[in-house]
Design a protein around this ligand. Structure first.
Ligand SMILES: Cc1cc2nc3c(=O)[nH]c(=O)nc-3n(C[C@H](O)[C@H](O)[C@H](O)COP(=O)(O)OP(=O)(O)OC[C@H]3O[C@@H](n4cnc5c(N)ncnc54)[C@H](O)[C@@H]3O)c2cc1C
Length: 512
C-alpha cells in the first residue's frame, strides 16, 4: 500500500476526512480520477460527528430569506434519502405555539417550505390544535399553549453515514487513510503545487507524494492549511461553537421532535429523539481558537437547560445530562453579518495562486453538491479530462430499503447480515458490552475489521455513538472494547492501558 501511495501520480489529494472531504473523495473516484484522502485523526473527529443530526433544508434560512440555500438543501435532502435510506429517515417536528400570531406565521412559513420541496417533500405540514400538539408531544409545557404546527424533515446518524461514505469512496477506487496528516506542500519551479508530504500519525513515517491538485477540506482548520501554502493570506474562517446536551427519553417520549424557531438570541432550538435519547441544541457562540474537542461554556449549558425546562414539563438538571458535545461551524467570513448566526451557510471555493483549492462552509446536508462543485474546479486545476459527476444516482455503501422492524443493526443496512454472521459463528460476540445498552461485541470486531477503527474512541465515539449517548456508561465498557480491539489489531497490554487512560480523559469532557 505504502509503495502505491508513493509511486502513484495522484490526480487529486484531499486533506480532511469530514463530510466535505469524504464527499469529495466519492465524487472524484466515481468520475475515475486517482484519488487519495488523508485525515490526521479519525473520520469525523472534527465537526462532522457533532451536528444536530438533521438532513434538512433549514427552516431558519427561510426566515433569513435565503431561498436558494433552502432549495439546494431540500434537493440534497431528497437525494440523500434516496441514496442512503438505511441511515436517513423522515422525522416529524412540532413547533408549539404560545402567542396568537405564531401558528399562522410559522404555519405559512412551513407551507412555503413544503412548496419549495415540491414533489420531493417528506410530508405536508399541518396546523395542530392544543390537544393534537399534546398528543404528539405529551411532555410539552402546556402553560399558555395555544396549538402548534407539524412539519417533516430528515434525520440521520452523522458518523454512521460518514463511515459508509468512506466505504463507498474506497469501493469507487479511492485510497482513504485515517491517522495520516498532511504536513507540507511541494511546489515546482513556477511555484505551483505538485505534491505533498504526509505522515503516518502512529509510526511517524513521512511519505512524499506527487499530485496534480490538492483540495483543502479541513473545516475550521482551513486557514492553517491555506497559510502553509501562502503565509500572507488573510484568514477566511469565522467559527462559532454549537453545544448539544443529551437527555434520557423520558424528557421527550415518542418519535416527534420539537423545534423552537426563535430563542432570545435569535437561534433555532431543537429537541430531537435520537438512538433512544434526546438531543437538545444548539448554541451559537463565536470562538477564535479552534480545537477538535472544544469545551462547552457555562452560559451555553445554562441556556440549554433553561430552555429545555421552558418548553418541557420536566425540568432537566446537570445530573440528567448523559453527554454533552460541542462542534465548531466552519463558517466563511461575510463582511456584513453582525453575528455568526447570520453568516451564510453556503459553501465557498477558493483557488490560490499556487493552485490550492480550499472548500469551506456549507452543511452536512449539502456535502454531495459541495463535492460536485469542488471536483469540477479540481479538474481545471489538475488539467485532467472533465467527466460529469454521477453521485446524484450513486448509492451509499449499505444501501437497502429499510423494513418496518428497526433493530440495533438496521442502521448498518446490508452490512447488518455480516455482523449477524459474526455472532452466528461465535455466539460470544452477541454479548452486550454494557448491561444497560444494546451494543454487542460483534460491532466492535466489525468496526476494527471493516470500518478502519483503530482506537477505543473511534469505536465508542464514532462507530457506535456510545460516548455521545452516555459518556459515563461508555467509560465502563472501555476496557472490554480495548481488549477486543487489541485482539483484532495485534496490540499488547501497554497499548490497552494507554488506550483506557486516553479514552477516560476524553470521555470525562463529555460528562457534566
Ligand atoms: C453544532 C453544529 C450542528 C450542526 N448541525 C447540522 C445539521 O443538523 N445538519 C447539517 O446539515 N449540518 C449541520 N452542521 C454543519 C455540519 O456539521 C458541517 O458543515 C460539516 O460537518 C463540516 O464538515 P467538514 O468536513 O467541512 O469539516 P470537519 O468535519 O471538521 O472535517 C475536517 C477534517 O479535517 C481534518 N484535518 C485538519 N487538519 C488536517 C491535516 N493537516 N491533515 C489531515 N487532516 C486534517 C480534521 O481532523 C477534520 O476531521 C452543524 C454544525 C455544528 C457545529
Amino acid at each position: 500500500m505504502k509503495k502505491t501511495i508513493k509511486n502513484t501520480h495522484w490526480d487529486i489529494l484531499i486533506i480532511g476526512g469530514g463530510a466535505t472531504g469524504i464527499g469529495a473523495a466519492i465524487d472524484a473516484a466515481s468520475r475515475g480520477y486517482k484519488t487519495l484522502l488523508v485525515e490526521r485523526d479519525d473520520y469525523g473527529k472534527g465537526t462532522s460527528s457533532k451536528s444536530t443530526k438533521l438532513i434538512h433544508g433549514g427552516v431558519r434560512y427561510l426566515q433569513q430569506g435565503n431561498f436558494s440555500l433552502v432549495l439546494e438543501a431540500l434537493k440534497e435532502r431528497a437525494i440523500l434519502k434516496r441514496n442512503a435510506p438505511h441511515i436517513v429517515h423522515d422525522l416529524k417536528f412540532v413547533v408549539p405555539t404560545y402567542d396568537w400570531w405564531e401558528s399562522p406565521f410559522y404555519g405559512i412559513g412551513l407551507k412555503l417550505y413544503d412548496w419549495l420541496a415540491g414533489k420531493e417533500g417528506f410530508g405536508d405540514s399541518e396546523f395542530l390544535s392544543k390537544e393534537e400538539t399534546v398528543k404528539y408531544i405529551p411532555t410539552v409545557s402546556q402553560e399558555g399553549l395555544r396549538g402548534g404546527v407539524i412539519y417533516h424533515d430528515g434525520q440521520f446518524d452523522d458518523t454512521r453515514l460518514l463511515v459508509n461514505m468512506m466505504q463507498t469512496a474506497k469501493e469507487q477506487g479511492a485510497i482513504i487513510l485515517n491517522y495520516t496528516e498532511f504536513l507540507e506542500f511541494t511546489k515546482n519551479d513556477q511555484n505551483v503545487i505538485c505534491g505533498a508530504v504526509i505522515q503516518d500519525v502512529f509510526s511517524k513515517e513521512k511519505t512524499k507524494i506527487k499530485t496534480k491538485s490538492i483540495i483543502n477540506a479541513t473545516g475550521v482548520f482551513s486557514d492553517s492549511i491555506r497559510q502553509k501554502d501562502e503565509p500572507s493570506l488573510q484568514r477566511i474562517i469565522s467559527s462559532s461553537q454549537g453545544v448539544h446536551i443529551v437527555l434520557d427519553k423520558e424528557f421527550l417520549p415518542g418519535n416527534t421532535a420539537i423545534m423552537i424557531p426563535d430563542t432570545e438570541d435569535g437561534r433555532v432550538l431543537f429537541a430531537v429523539p435520537w438512538h433512544d435519547k434526546i438531543l437538545i441544541g444548539t448554541t451559537d457562540t463565536p470562538v477564535s481558537e479552534y480545537s477538535s474537542e472544544p469545551l462547552p461554556k457555562k452560559d451555553e449549558i445554562n441556556f440549554l437547560l433553561t430552555h429545555a425546562a421552558k418548553y418541557l414539563t420536566m425540568t432537566p438538571t446537570k445530573k440528567d445530562v448523559r453527554s454533552i458535545f460541542v462542534g465548531l461551524r466552519p463558517l466563511v467570513k461575510n463582511g456584513n453579518a453582525e453575528n455568526t448566526a447570520e453568516i451564510s451557510r453556503e459553501h465557498v471555493i477558493e483557488i490560490s495562486k499556487s493552485g490550492l483549492i480550499s472548500i469551506a462552509g456549507g452543511k452536512w446536508t449539502t456535502y454531495r453538491k459541495m463535492a460536485e462543485d469542488v471536483i469540477d474546479k479540481a479538474t481545471m486545476v489538475a488539467l485532467i479530462p472533465f467527466v460529469k459527476s454521477e453521485t446524484e444516482f450513486l448509492n451509499i455503501h449499505g444501501y437497502c430499503t429499510p423494513n418496518a422492524q428497526q433493530n440495533l443493526l438496521a442502521i448498518y443496512g446490508t452490512d447488518a447480515k455480516n455482523i449477524e454472521e459474526l455472532t452466528e459463528n461465535n455466539p460470544e460476540l452477541a454479548v452486550q458490552i454494557h448491561p444497560d445498552y444494546p451494543f454487542i461485541k460483534a460491532q466492535i470486531i466489525w468496526a476494527a475489521q471493516q470500518e478502519d477503527a483503530k482506537t477505543i474512541e473511534d469505536v465508542l465515539a464514532r462507530r457506535i455513538r456510545f460516548l455521545f449517548l452516555d459518556a459515563k456508561a461508555s467509560i465502563d465498557s472501555c476496557e472490554l472494547v480495548a481488549n477486543l480491539l487489541a485482539g483484532e489489531l495485534g496490540k499488547d497490554k501497554d497499548w490497552i492501558q494507554k488506550q483506557i487512560t486516553d479514552y477516560t480523559v476524553l470521555a470525562k469532557q463529555y460528562i457534566l
